[in-house]
Design a protein around this ligand. Structure first.
Ligand code: F6P
Length: 556
């Protein structure tokens, strides 16, 4: 039997689950505005703060009693023990027999608990940044590096790419950082087309060092450097590797001095905080990277501090990641929501939903419980989104008048780095307006009335009003912060990491493995030779037929 340190409790078998099913029936007949009418202090009572973030949950179908029931569910599912197990490095990723060590990566350097390999990695990141930003890291022609290309995919791309974009106001003028992930050669070629090989440094990030996309792009990049330098030795100056398999990096031809090891216990989608974050430090500075880690660590202190048995910290009712987790479980498991939208009202945070898709759906996109049986309830919803106000002119139509319940997270930095605060304030007013329109909607009767007042024929007004009416009563969260800084970006990301963890505990699944991604890769390895023109002995008749057809198109 796989050793699993966490209890495997089927949440749907719990009495509190049945009670929540009943409570949902009642709650579905109530209005959000009704909660505000009943509680003049609702905004204050349902706004929580942690690590520089303010999280307004007042526009949700909850009151104190419902929240207590949801917290009861979490307690009955063993949330306190699970949070302690995460915090103490137990092998909670039991199907891979690993702990989940992402929080350790962001411990303060002066913390007694920081593992020496983590401190060493942070020191190496600082050394590399000083060399590159200081113009001391020279290419094969003796020129200083001007461009860095991070080659990686999934967790070795989405997190760093998101953070580097989010921190554009802190970019270091000495270098420009680019990201390449796709196996489509267009991705690499489009980046290299604007770069000079003599002044380009590659950071190849791959925890497993087995990922096809990354190794293909890294090989092409090596060839690009060798061609330009006229020898292979030059690559030693132009490549850094980040991986949990340093030996494989060496065999690939990476200079051993330029290899930054990762710990096995750090999952790809949780690896921004490790040496995988090197590209973020190079895009900004080692100091800004430390601030990013500190912001996440502040959220860890809140999360680990807010547990039932913590006398020092406050209690579970103020544990913000847990509250966000339970609210989504409320809508997914008791209201039938199947997707959630995350809408950052900030251009620099536009890649945040992309990163969250991997973080949430690769973590909780599972149907097998911790004891190996199939779950009988919904788990992870589809997570999607894009930057506000862009979505307002596209999918917000569905959010307001569609038939699905889609809880929305608005992410709202209040202050702008641009100095154009007046224009920026349109983001704030539009974000609040969208949240209000979701909450209040607009009734057909009020529309009909105003159409008639405007002189429209009453029958026509009635018909038109039906189409213009907006149901409302749709929930949303507003996560605001003063400004986008390394610390608030770190805190925001850690907030969602812990939210995802709490959901995995209630849904009784393992958030830290991703076995489901392997089958497609294996099948592709079988298909590739046939696509390349080798004998097509593929067993799957559909695939075999497609390959024959595609080969014909390619050869004609
Ligand atoms: O295929 C999924 C995955 O394994 C992700 O979990 C991971 O973040 C990504 O591929 C990249 O993996 P690596 O960093 O090992 O190249």
């Amino acid at each position: 039997m796989i050793d699993n340190p966490l209890s495997a409790i089927d949440p749907s078998s719990l009495t509190i689950w049945q009670a929540l099913e009943k409570a949902a029936l009642g709650a579905q007949s109530r209005t959000l505005s009704g909660y505000f009418e009943q509680d003049s202090q609702r905004h204050n009572n349902f706004t929580f703060s942690a690590a520089g973030l303010n999280v307004d949950l007042s526009r949700h179908h909850i009151d104190e009693k419902l929240l207590a029931q949801l917290l009861h569910l979490a307690t009955d599912c063993g949330i306190t023990e699970a949070i302690a197990a995460l915090n103490t490095g137990q092998t909670i990723n039991f199907t891979e027999a690993r702990p989940a060590l992402h929080c350790q990566q962001r411990l303060p350097l002066d913390s007694e608990a920081i593992p020496p390999e983590v401190a060493a990695s942070r020191a190496k990141i600082r050394t590399i940044c000083e060399a590159v930003h200081g113009g001391l890291w020279r290419g094969f022609g003796g020129e200083a590096i001007t461009d860095v290309v991070n080659i990686g995919i999934g967790g070795s791309d989405l997190g760093p790419r998101m953070a580097a974009q989010a921190l554009s106001a802190f970019h270091n003028p000495a270098v420009t950082v680019h990201f390449v992930a796709n196996v489509d050669p267009v991705d690499l070629q489009q980046v290299l087309a604007h770069l000079n090989p003599a002044t380009t440094l590659f950071v190849v990030a791959s925890k497993s060092w087995t990922t096809l996309e990354t190794l293909s792009n890294a090989s092409a990049a090596k060839q690009w450097i060798s061609n330009a330098a006229g020898n292979n030795e030059a690559t030693a100056k132009h490549f850094i590797a980040v991986s949990s398999r340093p030996d494989a990096c060496k065999n690939f031809g990476i200079n051993p001095d330029n290899i930054l090891p990762m710990q096995d216990g750090v999952g790809g989608r949780y690896s921004l905080w490790s040496a995988v974050g090197l590209s973020v430090a190079l895009a900004t500075s080692a100091e800004h990277f430390e601030q990013l880690l500190a912001g996440a660590n502040a959220m860890d202190n809140h999360f680990f501090g807010c547990t039932a048995d913590n006398t020092a910290g406050s209690d579970m009712q103020h544990n913000v990641p847990l509250l966000l987790a339970l609210l989504e479980i409320w809508y997914v498991n008791f209201w039938g929501a199947r997707s959630v939208a995350v809408l950052p009202y900030n251009h620099d945070l536009r890649l945040f939903p992309d990163h969250l898709q991997q973080l949430t759906m690769e973590s909780n996109g599972k149907g097998i419980s911790r004891d190996g049986t199939a779950v009988s309830y919904q788990t992870c919803p589809v997570v999607w989104g894009s930057a506000g106000t862009i979505g307002q002119h596209s999918f917000h139509q569905l959010l307001h008048q569609g038939t699905q319940l889609i809880p929305v997270d608005f992410i709202l930095p209040l202050n702008s780095h641009t100095g154009e605060q007046a224009q920026h304030n349109h983001l704030i007013s539009n974000c609040l307006a969208q949240s209000q329109a979701l909450m209040d909607g607009l009734s057909a009767s009020s529309i009909e009335q105003s159409l008639v007042t405007d002189g429209l024929d009453s029958e026509l007004a009635k018909q038109l009003a039906a189409h213009k009416s907006i149901p409302g009563n749709r929930p949303s969260t507003i996560i605001s912060m003063h400004t986008v800084t390394p610390a608030t970006v770190g805190a925001l990301l850690a907030l969602y990491e812990h939210k995802v963890f709490c959901q995995s505990i209630v849904w009784n699944i393992n958030a830290f493995d991703q076995w489901g991604v392997e089958l497609g890769k294996l099948i592709s390895n079988d298909i590739y030779p046939a696509v390349m023109g080798h004998e097509n002995t593929l067993a799957n008749t559909a695939t075999a037929a497609s390959v024959r057809a595609f080969r014909k198109v390619l050869n004609d």
